[in-house]
Design a protein around this ligand. Structure first.
Ligand SMILES: [Cu+2]
Length: 371
C-alpha cells in the first residue's frame, strides 16, 4: 500500500516524455494549486520587519535622553548649615526675600547692597508677626524701639556695602517665621521686606542646573522631595555657554509664567532671581526655600530667552513625569509609540496567519517532495 499520488508521480517522471500540448505550460503543480510556498517567506519577512519596529521607540527614547541628559536633576541632601547671598536692591527689595534655616543650624547671610541708595537689613525678633506695610516710617521705627531687632541683625549698608550675619535658632523656634525689612524711610512700604523661616531639622537640598546657548536649561526638570516645609534649596547654576542668563523661579505652583513676565513677577514675587554670569566664574548659586509641595516653573529673564524655550520645572514633593515636559517632543514620542503598537499588532496578526497557512520552510514528504 502506498500513496497513490506518489506512485503516479513516480510513474510520470519515469515514463516517456510527453510534449506539452501547444499553448500549455507544464508545471509540477496540479491544476488550480496556488504556488503558496513562494508567498510564505514574504509573510514571515513582513512580520519580522514589523516586529523589528519595536526598536524604533527605543531608539527615539535614546536620542531624547542623549539630547537632554540628564533630563531630570535630582536633589542631593547636603550639610546642615546654609548660606544665603542676599542682595539689597534699589527696587527696593531683598533678593531673595524668603530664607530658611533648619532649627539648630547656622544660617549665614552675605548681605550686599548693589544699589545706589542706602538700605538696611533689620530682622524682627518677634516670631510670626507680619509688620504693617501701611505704617509710616516713624511707626515702623517705634515698633523696633518697642521690640528691638534680632541681636546682630540690624545693619545699614551704604551703596556697594557688604556685611555678613550668622544666626542660629534653637529647636524651640522650629516653624517660626521672622520678618526683615529696610528701615530707610519708605523702602519697607515700597516692598523691601522678606522672611527668615526656621524649619524642622531638614537639611538643604542641593541641585545642579546648566544654562546653554540654545538657549535652554539643561536639565529642564529638577526634582526634590523634602521631608519638611519650607525646604531649603541650593541650586548651582553653571553657564556652559556664552550669554548671560537668569535662573528665575516663580513662587506660584502649577502656573505657567506668562510671556509678559515682568508684570507677573511684580504681582507674584519670584522665589529667586539669580543672575548667571556670561564670564568667569560662570557659576551662580541660587539659595531659596520652597514653602509647599508643587510644580514651580523657572524661566530665564534674558531678552527673548523665555520665548525661545528657556524654561523648566521644579518638582517639589510631587512625582516627575516620565518624559521631560517639552511639548513637541512628547507629542512625537507618543505618536511613535502609538504607531509602533499598531505595526506590532499587524505583525502579530501576520505571524498568526503565517502559522495557520503552514510552516515555513515547509516540511517535505507530504506531497510534491522528492523521496
Ligand atoms: Cu537665558
Amino acid at each position: 500500500m502506498s500513496d497513490r499520488r506518489d506512485d503516479s508521480y513516480t510513474d510520470h517522471i519515469n515514463g516517456a516524455q510527453v510534449p506539452a500540448p501547444q499553448g500549455n505550460v507544464v508545471t509540477h503543480s496540479r491544476p488550480g494549486e496556488v504556488p503558496r510556498r513562494s508567498l510564505r517567506p514574504a509573510i514571515w519577512i513582513a512580520a519580522g520587519l514589523l516586529l523589528a519596529t519595536l526598536i524604533v521607540p527605543t531608539n527615539a527614547g535614546a536620542i531624547h535622553i542623549v539630547r537632554f541628559a540628564p533630563s531630570v536633576g535630582y536633589a542631593q541632601g547636603g550639610p546642615h548649615n546654609v548660606t544665603y547671598h542676599v542682595n539689597l536692591t534699589d527696587t527696593p527689595s531683598f533678593d531673595p526675600r524668603f530664607l530658611t534655616v533648619a532649627e539648630g543650624a547656622t544660617v549665614t547671610l552675605d548681605l550686599h547692597n548693589n544699589g545706589s541708595y542706602s538700605h538696611s537689613f533689620t530682622l524682627s525678633s518677634v516670631a510670626n508677626r507680619t509688620l504693617n506695610s501701611s505704617w509710616t516710617p516713624a511707626q515702623l521705627d517705634a515698633n523696633f524701639s518697642a521690640h528691638p531687632p534680632q541681636t546682630g541683625a540690624n545693619i545699614t549698608l551704604a551703596p556697594g556695602g557688604m556685611a555678613t550675619v550668622n544666626l542660629t535658632y534653637g529647636a524651640s523656634y522650629a516653624g517660626d517665621s521672622f520678618e526683615f525689612v529696610s528701615l530707610v524711610p519708605y523702602q519697607f512700604q515700597d516692598g523691601m521686606w522678606g522672611f527668615l523661616n526656621v524649619s524642622l531639622n531638614s537639611p538643604p537640598y542641593y541641585l545642579s542646573e546648566n544654562t546653554t546657548n540654545t538657549p535652554a536649561f539643561v536639565p529642564d526638570v529638577l526634582s526634590v522631595t523634602p521631608h519638611a516645609y519650607p525646604a531649603v534649596l541650593n541650586v548651582t547654576v553653571t553657564n556652559v555657554g556664552d550669554f548671560m542668563h537668569t535662573f528665575t523661579v516663580a513662587s506660584q505652583t502649577n502656573v505657567t509664567v506668562p510671556q509678559s513676565f515682568g508684570a507677573y513677577f511684580v504681582q507674584y514675587p519670584f522665589l529667586t532671581n539669580t543672575t548667571v554670569p556670561a564670564g568667569p566664574p560662570l557659576v551662580a548659586i541660587a539659595n531659596f526655600s520652597v514653602p509647599a509641595p508643587g510644580i514651580y516653573m523657572y524661566i530665564c529673564e534674558a531678552s527673548g530667552h523665555y520665548a525661545a524655550g528657556m524654561y523648566g520645572y521644579l518638582y517639589v514633593g510631587v512625582p516627575t513625569p516620565p518624559v521631560a515636559p517639552t511639548p513637541s517632543t512628547a507629542v512625537v514620542d507618543t505618536w511613535i509609540l502609538v504607531g509602533s503598537l499598531l505595526l506590532v499588532g499587524i505583525g502579530a496578526i501576520l505571524a498568526v496567519a503565517a502559522t495557520y497557512s503552514g510552516r515555513w520552510p515547509r516540511s517535505h514528504g507530504k506531497h510534491g517532495g522528492h523521496s
